[in-house]
Design a binder for this molecule. Sequence first.
Ligand code: 4NP
Length: 162
Amino acid sequence: MTSDSSTPKRRVLFVCLGNICRSPAAEGVLQTLAVQQGVADDIFVDSAGTSSYHIGEPADRRMRLAASNRDIELTSRSRMVSPRDIAEFDLVIAMDHKNLRELKALVNEVESQHIRLLSDYLEGDWPDEVPDPYYGGDEGFEQVLDMLQAASPAILDELLTA
Ligand code: 4NP
């Protein structure tokens, strides 16, 4: 089912540390899945970082290449997450526990009910956190994409049915 103009888009924000590896990939993976499923008009996908290290930069070249090999284009520029983001997005998804703690520290408990961990959407034998691939080899970027592609159908389902 697609939305008409009276149906607000469901908004999801992915968050990692630098907003150049994991969360831009999460944004691209979910957006690509939504296009494939014909529901891109029903959602708004964005990403941000808990640090200011890479503000304004495109996604890491290694992450862009790994995603491109799966026909996923990463177009985001790094920005820092704000308390306003938490208020404005329907769902905020952290890549690891440290991101999750930092996001929750930005708002009070009532306002943080929609902040989740990416691994909440994974079933089976996956790590509890999306590992930071920045200082590692190419296989780390593939593992990130494997996890994001495994989790995205459940995220899309929750967004569209909530
Ligand atoms: P991300 O990866 O949090 O997945 O974007 C990182 C990018 C940069 C750094 C650390 C992690 N850094 O330390 O600059």
